[in-house]
Design a protein around this ligand. Structure first.
Ligand code: C5P
Length: 206
């Protein structure tokens, strides 16, 4: 079984996808980490996140064993990720790895922006998870503060809106729900309620 979980920044996709994977005994892939790893490679090399040749080389050289580097979660890395993610050759270079993970039995839960539309258009379950920009900014702000990073709520909101706008407006696999996706708005749901809602949408789709 393949479950696609797409949505904008900080909508709760990762938490839901991880819990769905544990519940159904499936593998889990955070596809945003792939784009973040490309972005981080450029930052580490002192290159611009708009350097398309360097981004493509980094995507081709990506080592999936290094996807748990805690630096991937930094805000500057999310911003760089969203810039390299707008480059079609970078997306193409990362596609096969994602499809390989999905194809391995018994299946997987993948979260990202284009899982249902591009990576796994035949996924049995397609969830599009969203929440108001303000709710998402509050959650991201709490996450950053809990990690000991200093963050300004208004800046977090502005960053998130800028990244969403770029992800939605790009030509290459823009962020949008697949026509047959189930929408899940988590604005007024805590994690437990959101998980129960995701489970019932999943059961309904299988
Ligand atoms: O989900 P996360 O915030 O970690 O993703 C970082 C960036 O990677 C996103 O802003 C988006 O531009 C890009 N991304 C993408 N397609 C995916 C996953 C992430 O374009 N499937």
């Amino acid at each position: 079984m393949i479950i696609a979980v797409d949505g904008p920044v900080a909508a709760g996709k990762g938490t839901l996808a991880r819990r769905l994977a544990a519940h159904y005994g499936l593998a889990y892939l955070d596809t945003g980490a792939l784009y973040r790893a490309v972005g981080l490679a450029l930052l580490d090399a002192g290159r611009s996140a708009d350097d398309s040749a360097a981004a493509l080389a980094a995507a081709r050289a990506l080592d999936p064993a290094r996807l748990d580097d805690p630096r991937l979660r930094e805000e500057r890395v999310g911003e760089a990720a969203s810039r390299v993610a707008a480059m079609q050759p970078v997306r193409d270079a990362l596609l096969e790895f994602q499809r390989d993970v999905a194809a391995r039995p018994p299946g997987a839960v993948l979260d990202g922006r284009d899982i249902a539309t591009v990576v796994c258009p035949d996924a049995e379950v397609k969830l599009f998870v969203t929440a108001s920009a303000e709710a998402r900014a509050r959650r991201r702000h709490a996450e950053l503060t809990a990690r000991g990073e200093t963050a300004d709520l208004d800046e977090v909101l502005a960053d998130l809106q800028r990244r969403d706008a770029r992800d939605q407006a790009r030509d290459a696999a823009p962020l949008r729900p697949a026509a047959d996706a189930s929408l899940l708005d988590t604005t007024n749901l805590d994690i437990e309620a959101a998980f129960r809602a995701a489970l019932s949408l999943t059961e309904g789709a299988c």
